[in-house]
Ligand binder design. Structure first.
Ligand code: ADP
Length: 319
């Protein structure tokens, strides 16, 4: 391949820049022309792209967000939009495309691959909710940020003998909630994979209170929501003053951690190696510590489970 494109699509995640840098530098090393496509699939439909050289991806490995911007593109969900994108690719000479994003973005990459533009997906989302991979770019940074924020909330919860109900992101998955919950020593963690049981939360708080605990943290996943109502119910039933905090987009920003920079660099490299061999319609993934790749359609059909043994550990040691 002589020319490849790279874009970021869907929600942004820290480490996407490190992936862009890796894609660009690997492609350039192979003598390819590398085009950075702006604002996800929008840039592919309207031809908004910039040529990347070795220096245009300097000083971004340490930065959150994405230098190519990201967006959701409704038009690309129809084959007419995908066809337009193909025409832009043909005009710009793009023979292969790296798509950094989530499942929605991979569906689009599958569609574009099916009409002759080989695409390779790289999992980029803080939620870790992509089934084919053990790890998604941005996940570690988001968890560390959430942990940091809850540590701060703990200081004030402790000073006031309060219960803090903290909602963390994760869409419909409980990965961020589970790991952050363990890391902050939460009294209880509510995740969408397990039916919420507020009575169990209250029972746990009462048990710890009987053992002398005076301040409490309950971590609630975004997929459960209702942090305010949960805090109110805890206050009504226990008499402990309770407050809710929704962390929100703070979890999406910030400098990526070492894990996110390293995995992003590895995945970007692997994606371009595939395109260099003329292989498309693949998603790059991390499986048991190794970088692998799967057929896009097969990857989209995969399922992954929240590690229940970790959930048990979290609750067995919180008192
Ligand atoms: P994520 O990639 O993080 O899951 P979205 O689901 O919002 O985020 O998808 C990002 C973009 O991918 C969408 O705005 C759209 O352009 C494209 N996309 C999503 N679903 C499809 C689909 N079924 N077919 C084609 N393109 C899609």
């Amino acid at each position: 391949m002589k020319t490849i494109g790279v874009l970021t699509s869907g929600g942004d995640a820290p480490g996407m820049n490190a992936a862009i840098r890796s894609v660009a530098r690997t492609g350039l090393q192979y003598g390819m022309k590398v085009l950075g496509v702006m604002r996800g699939y929008n840039g592919l439909i309207n031809g908004d792209m910039i040529e990347l050289n070795m220096r245009s991806v300097s000083d971004i490995i340490n930065r959150g967000g994405t230098m190519l911007y990201t967006a959701r593109c409704k038009e690309f969900k129809d084959m007419a939009g995908v066809q337009k994108a193909k025409e832009t690719c043909l005009k710009a000479g793009i023979e292969g495309l790296v798509v950094i994003g989530g499942d929605g973005s991979f569906r689009g990459a599958g569609d574009l691959s099916s009409i002759g533009i080989p695409c390779v997906g790289i999992p980029g989302t803080i939620d870790n909710d992509i089934a084919c991979t053990d790890y998604t770019i941005g996940y570690d940074t988001a968890m560390n940020t959430a942990m940091d924020m809850v540590d701060r909330i703990r200081d004030t919860a402790q000073s006031h003998d309060r219960c803090s109900v903290v909602e963390v992101m994760g869409r419909n998955a409980g990965y961020i909630a589970l790991n952050t919950g363990i890391a902050v020593g939460a009294s209880y963690i509510l995740v969408p994979e397990i039916k919420p049981d507020i009575d169990a939360v209250i029972e746990k708080i009462e048990k710890s209170r009987a053992l002398g605990k005076k301040h409490f943290i309950v971590v609630v996943a975004e997929g459960i929501g209702h942090a305010k109502e949960i805090a109110q119910e805890i206050e009504e039933k226990t008499g402990i003053e309770s407050r809710e905090t929704i962390l929100g987009h703070v979890q999406r920003g910030g400098n990526p951690t070492v894990t996110d920079r390293v995995v992003a660099s590895q995945m970007g490299y692997h994606a371009v190696e595939l395109l260099h061999q003329g292989i498309g319609n693949r998603v790059v993934a991390q499986k048991d510590g190794k970088i692998v790749d799967y057929d896009i359609q097969e990857a989209l059909k995969m399922k992954k489970e929240l590690p229940m043994e970790l959930y048990k550990v979290a609750h067995d040691i919180s008192f």
